[in-house]
Design a protein around this ligand. Structure first.
Ligand SMILES: Cc1cc2nc3c(=O)[nH]c(=O)nc-3n(C[C@H](O)[C@H](O)[C@H](O)COP(=O)(O)OP(=O)(O)OC[C@H]3O[C@@H](n4cnc5c(N)ncnc54)[C@H](O)[C@@H]3O)c2cc1C
Length: 287
């Protein structure tokens, strides 16, 4: 059992870990290789760098700094978080971990499929959380739109409520070495989501129309908003709401960095990480 698991190894996650590990608590950072920093070609506004630094280089230095300080890092994708008796159970593509507290430092959520009809049917057949809304589609035709481990995991959850679950990869391929198998897969490109007052079908670019009652969007990897919805964490404008101690409304779950909104900059992510690490240490050690 970890004292804290930090999800995300960008500036917010690493900064949190540095502050927690110095408080002699058992912590783990789990993150997929990918951060907003990798998209930042040149950074010129961060303190202390005389020459511009590439975002990717800064990211690698952060990981190295954490390693040098003995912080445990795992390169993995978190696909689910559940409550368990003593805290939380974090499920990744490769493993499961128990922890007393969690920090969501998973960057900015950018979740939409951009498929024609998505906006129109949100809440009328389109959902973003299998565990929250799957039951509404008991024994119905259910589609999961996505092509990664997260989509497979959502489909696996939905198989508990219906035998008719199909993954629509929208022109992409499922991962070759996938952890979950699913029988019904449609690989054709999606043209649109159709219906009158609610979802009725998915139309492919080849004009094939497939009757569907419920659609779960699970593109890419699970975002802060996906986890927030599953866990009952309050969000506003797609940002996680935190208090002054970086706590969400769910006891034991904290958040830091871009996923809390506001200024989307490295300096703010580092500041929130530091504050979050100190807050967790204070709460766990009763100091
Ligand atoms: C093009 C571009 C240019 C930028 N330029 C600047 C600049 O010049 N100066 C500046 O200060 N800021 C800049 N930024 C912003 C800066 O990159 C972000 O503010 C900063 O990276 C936020 O840090 P973070 O730790 O909150 O999130 P991120 O750096 O995005 O890290 C999120 C982490 O969470 C992981 N993750 C997400 N979901 C999961 C999951 N399900 N399972 C496991 N891991 C997961 C990711 O893989 C990643 O490790 C720029 C951003 C972009 C996109």
């Amino acid at each position: 059992m970890y004292d804290c698991i930090i999800i995300g190894k960008g500036p917010a996650g690493i900064s949190t870990a540095i502050y927690i590990s110095r408080s002699n608590l058992k912590c783990l950072v789990i993150g997929k290789d990918g951060t907003a920093l990798k998209k930042a070609s040149k950074i010129e506004n961060y303190y202390g760098f005389i020459e511009p630094i590439f975002g990717e280089e800064l990211y690698k230095r952060g990981l190295k700094q954490a390693e040098n300080q003995g912080i445990e890092l795992k390169n993995d994708e978190v696909i689910d978080i559940e409550y368990d008796n003593n805290g939380f159970l974090i499920k990744t593509v490769n493993s499961e971990y128990e922890t007393k507290t969690i920090v969501l430092a998973i960057g900015k959520s950018r979740k939409t499929s951009n498929i024609n009809g998505e906006d129109k049917f949100i809440g009328r057949g389109i959902s973003y959380c299998a565990i929250c809304d799957g039951y509404f589609f008991k024994n119905k035709n259910i589609a999961v739109i996505g092509d990664g481990e997260y989509a497979l995991h959502e489909a696996e959850i939905l198989k508990r409520v219906s035998n008719n679950v199909t993954i629509f990869t929208n022109g992409n391929k499922l991962p070759e070495n996938r952890s979950i198998e699913i029988k019904n897969v449609v690989e054709g490109k999606i043209d649109s989501i159709r219906g009158n007052n609610k979802v009725e079908s998915i139309e492919l670019e080849n004009k094939e129309k497939i009757p569907i009652d419920g659609i779960f969007i699970a593109q890419g990897i699970a975002s802060s908003i996906d986890f927030a919805k599953k866990l009952g964490i309050f969000i506003k404008d797609n940002n996680i709401i935190i208090n002054n101690n970086m706590e969400t409304n769910v006891p034991g779950i904290y958040a830091a960095g871009d996923c809390t909104g506001g200024l989307l900059q490295i300096s703010k992510a580092i500041y929130e990480g530091a504050k979050c690490g100190l807050s967790i240490a204070k709460n766990l050690k009763n100091i």
